[in-house]
Ligand binder design. Structure first.
Ligand code: TEU
Ligand code: CA
Length: 565
């Protein structure tokens, strides 16, 4: 399985609300994306994935869709999307749109109908259940905190929502609902989009036995995500979707499959399964959570220091086991993750550039389609708002309410965790230059700009030959022109080493060696003999050039890639 356009693509993820505001209402928009296409093309991007731009009450920034066929007024019109497609295709670039199939907004007409009576034709488009002894049907916890059930007085029943209560889950056991979804997918494909990122697809199938599960000490609900994640019938639904929709088009699909095991991953995207082309899963984003350190919190808000072998193994697991069977995605972050530079890198002034380049080197020489999240190419960092009112994410407000307002934890503790982990870290406006509002908008943006935009912005990156932007541009350029980096196999060395990341990629007669020091100290490393006797040329490095040898001294965050001659 070689030569598909999406295997050779570089995909840039855009969070439209925060990318570029063209009409100065403080909200990014589709025209803003169009303005910046040349910038992206120059970076080496061949496709963009745009997060949801549909009509929405924006409870979850657009992942709560109230009309799949309409573009939100905040972002523009369908004509703008058509223009975007045209402008992209003129530049030989592609558009991947975000498809939200697990839930709708509670303001979607289907749900408005569904709520009315138990015998409404739309009732079973969603998951309704009666309570048990005055309590919700189960004690399961939603991803955004609180119960997955919300009581509705009109019919005296509960509906299921695994995200916010304004996002009722669709019932994928309902044949007509599925047909309506497929009709909508055909409609977008006929608009000319080149692919889908399918949101939260792991959760389409729920265990409808509805049994209570155990609750950890100090918590109110059970975080038993296995009741609604990666269950067998998800695959039946995907296969039907492929048969009824996707098989008619030459498009790319990437499913978001949080919590998928390796076996699950192979089910979603093995070449012979006829499901998706790729999946996004998050093992490597969460190797430093430590649920035991604060059992009163959902694990994503907990942390310990990074043990590098854990990160290497979690990446290697997919590199090795998908090879020849399925296609990988490679990414550090997205709109749901903290900024990788603050997470796995070092965002201090001294090491920001160097560690961002190291992270790019370690990631983008791996096998799979590269994804880069807006701002990563210029070294954007987490934001440290101290006032809860400066945040915008619904998930943060639930956390704050359940912990601080319920006196389970202190304000300081929770704000500190939000600063480290929250999704808003990735959602502050793109930093274009050092003018007012970072050149994102002439008006007050919907969420505050990170004050470090004076030093970290696109304009500076473009002027500075040694910038992160230019380094990433070089990486993408090397990648695009090197079959070994696209199709080669992967081998991890020094697996247990706590500081060094070392791997090779080989294809036919060619081998690349990727060597990096992941931390802020100088490390002496002895390379395995089978690697270092060879003659090598340097392809890219973020420090002074040094020849490949048995004993090497690597400076803080030093990264270097050799090609064996
Ligand atoms: O995120 C989905 C998501 O976070 C979970 O499904 C994830 O699989 C889980 O945490 C497993 O560990 C997507 C979007 O990316 C996010 O922005 C939305 O808020 C969410 O879906 C709801 O649409
Ligand atoms: Ca705007």
């Amino acid at each position: 399985m070689h030569g598909k356009w999406w295997q050779e693509a570089v995909i840039y993820q855009i969070y439209p609300k925060s990318f570029k505001d063209s009409n100065n209402d403080g909200i990014g928009d589709i025209q803003g994306i169009i303005e910046k296409l040349d910038y992206l093309k120059d970076l080496g991007v061949t496709a963009i994935w745009v997060c949801p731009f549909y009509e929405s009450p924006m409870d979850d920034q657009g992942y709560d869709v109230s009309d799949f066929y309409k573009v939100s007024n905040d972002y523009g019109t369908l004509t703008d999307i058509q223009k975007l497609i045209e402008e992209l295709h003129q530049r030989d670039m592609k558009l991947i749109i975000d498809l939200v199939l697990n839930h709708t907004s509670d303001e979607h007409p289907w749900f408005v109908e569904s709520k009315k009576t138990k015998d409404n034709p739309y009732r079973d488009y969603y998951i309704w259940h009666k309570g048990k002894d005055g309590c919700p049907p189960t004690n399961w916890e939603s991803f955004f905190g609180g119960s997955v059930w919300k009581y509705d007085e009109i019919t005296d029943e509960y509906y299921m929502h695994i995200f916010s209560e304004k996002m009722p889950d669709l019932n994928w056991n309902h044949a007509q609902m599925r047909k309506d979804i497929y009709r909508m997918m055909h409609w977008w494909l006929n608009q000319g989009v080149d692919g889908f990122r399918i949101d939260a697809v792991a959760h389409l199938d729920k265990n409808c036995n509805f049994v209570n599960r155990s609750i950890p000490e100090g918590r109110l609900y059970s975080p038993c995500y296995d009741e609604f994640s990666n269950r067998p019938k998800v695959h039946k639904h995907i296969q039907e979707m492929v048969k009824d929709v996707l098989s008619f088009y030459d498009v790319m699909t990437v499913g978001e499959a949080g919590g998928a095991s390796l076996d699950d991953a192979l089910k979603y995207c093995a070449y012979d399964r006829n499901e998706f082309n790729m999946i996004i899963s998050f093992d490597h984003c969460w190797v430093d959570v430590d649920p035991c350190s604060a059992s009163y919190l959902p694990s994503k808000w907990t942390y310990k220091s990074l043990h590098l072998p854990d990160l290497k193994k979690s990446l290697a697991k997919y590199q090795i086991n998908l090879y020849g069977k399925a296609w990988n995605t490679i990414f550090w972050s997205n709109h749901d993750q903290p900024r990788v530079l603050s997470h796995y890198g070092n965002d201090s002034t001294a090491y920001r550039k160097k560690s961002a380049k190291m992270l790019g080197t370690v990631l983008y020489f791996l096998g799979g389609t590269p994804f880069i999240y807006q701002g990563e190419e210029i070294g954007m960092t987490n934001v440290s708002f101290t006032n809860i009112d400066d945040y915008r994410d619904i998930e943060i407000f639930t956390l704050y309410k359940e912990t601080v307002l319920n006196h389970i934890s202190t304000k300081e503790d929770i704000i500190d965790r939000i600063q480290k982990r929250s999704r808003d870290n990735a959602r502050t406006p793109m930093q274009w230059d050092d003018s007012k509002n970072a050149g994102f908008s002439q008006s007050e943006p919907w969420i505050k700009v990170n004050p470090n935009y004076i030093d970290i912005n696109v304009e500076d990156n473009l002027l500075d030959k040694g910038s992160i932007y230019h380094y990433y541009q070089k990486i993408f350029n090397i990648r695009q022109n090197t079959k070994t980096l696209i199709y080669g196999d992967f081998k991890l060395y020094l697996e247990e080493d706590e500081n060094i990341f070392l791997y090779t990629r080989s294809y036919q007669e060619e081998t690349y060696i990727v060597l990096a020091n992941f931390f802020e100290k100088t490390i002496d490393v002895v390379l395995p003999e089978e690697i270092c006797w060879k003659k090598a040329e340097i392809m890219i490095c973020n420090d002074i050039e040094k020849p490949l040898s048995r004993n090497m001294k690597l400076h803080p965050y030093e990264a270097i890639v050799y090609r064996i001659l």
